[in-house]
Design a binder for this molecule. Sequence first.
Ligand SMILES: Cc1cc2nc3c(=O)[nH]c(=O)nc-3n(C[C@H](O)[C@H](O)[C@H](O)COP(=O)(O)OP(=O)(O)OC[C@H]3O[C@@H](n4cnc5c(N)ncnc54)[C@H](O)[C@@H]3O)c2cc1C
Length: 425
Amino acid sequence: MLARAAWERKKRQTKTGEPVLIVGAGPAGLAAAAELRRLGVPAQIIERSSAVAPSWRARYDGLRLNTCRWNSKLRREDRFEADAPFFPLRDHAVRYLESFAAQHDLKVRFGVQVDRIDPCPDGWLLSTNAEPLPARQVIVAIGHQHTPWMPAWAGRDQFPGHILHSFEYRNPEEFRDRDVLVVGGGCSGLDIARDLAQGGARRVRLAVRTQPNLLRKMSCGLPTDLLAAALFRLPTRIADPAGRLVQRLTVGDLGEWGLTVPDVGIFTRLHEGTAPMIVGGDVIAAIRAGDFEIVPGVCAVDAGGVRLTDGTTLRPDTLIAATGYTTGLEPLVGHLGVLDEAGLPLQYRGIPVRPGLRFLGYAPCMGVIGRDARRVARHLCDELTAADRSRTSLKRPGPPEHEPPRPVRLTHKGSDGPRPAKVLV
Ligand SMILES: Cc1cc2nc3c(=O)[nH]c(=O)nc-3n(C[C@H](O)[C@H](O)[C@H](O)COP(=O)(O)OP(=O)(O)OC[C@H]3O[C@@H](n4cnc5c(N)ncnc54)[C@H](O)[C@@H]3O)c2cc1C
């Protein structure tokens, strides 16, 4: 068995000496390269920045993962450092990814930005800020949260205060004694509002347009990300009431503070593509303590201030838009017809969207990204093996007697169709 694996590996290395090009050295790109390497397929990562995991390095200082460390590993064998808390902090995630890249001896070319991908006779041609890079096999892993997105508030330029995206937020220091409005009731918005309120901002309000389905990181003694992943597999008629019960027991009624429980159940929403907001107990405590106020959504921003959907006008010193991200794939591959209307790749969990072109990382949780990477690598490896075989059988009529038995084809449950990123964070 081991001998056959080694033989297969050697065969692939010799026949497919050309590396798979992976765009992006975030968790997805690193995991893909490591999985390919394990299968004996050479891979080269192309990264625009100067270090691995730059998006994690750029996140705010107080960020604590809302997935537990068991569910935040790229490979089961590669653990977080022993002193990392159960819900690791940003810096633990960075160190984890650095040591993952070093341990797997991954090859990263830094400082090269891929601007566009085009088909060419031998596969794909990547236009970059350096020389063009040809490749037969490409994996695009430039991140689900690639480009910060902000609503097109018409009078934004006339707003007298300062506007920034949550992507630019680092810590509450520069907002000391300021009146800050955070826009967006997602995990980042809630957490940044708490961070500001406890870090010395004079007044903090959080504008919420769609009431979030709130959950705490731990529910009934279990990490919520794992509990919710298990409930997600059940029919919604069972999962929704179970989710409500968990919500009632762990979060309670926040109606008095402006957060009502949405009519649509947690898992019905999740199947529609909207994940629940998993936050720390400190966020719930801050809401109850009135550390920050919940206000209605924003409908306009202009010289007069910020207008809310209930007609109120606020005049904060600073507006922080925690309004999400887009995939940023349009300039890279938009012309290839491989994206849906939301800018997501049509396939991203195994099979190529075009021969030799794959996407990875379109799931908001590193544990899931790691499992997807394994599937993508196996799929790609199968394809290379099949291509090798057909080339070999064209050259000679039959295998020589000393050739090892044909390997069993790796099959991947559920890898044959697009699956939306209905995964939990
Ligand atoms: C605030 C926040 C909190 C999160 N919390 C959690 C959590 O608790 N648990 C969890 O599991 N996940 C969490 N995630 C989600 C997710 O795991 C991460 O976003 C993860 O980093 C995604 O990995 P990725 O490799 O797909 O993308 P990224 O980490 O974004 O990596 C993409 C890489 O591609 C590079 N790149 C981009 N464009 C180009 C280009 N054109 N050419 C070359 N290189 C390029 C970038 O520089 C980057 O290195 C969180 C995300 C956010 C935003």
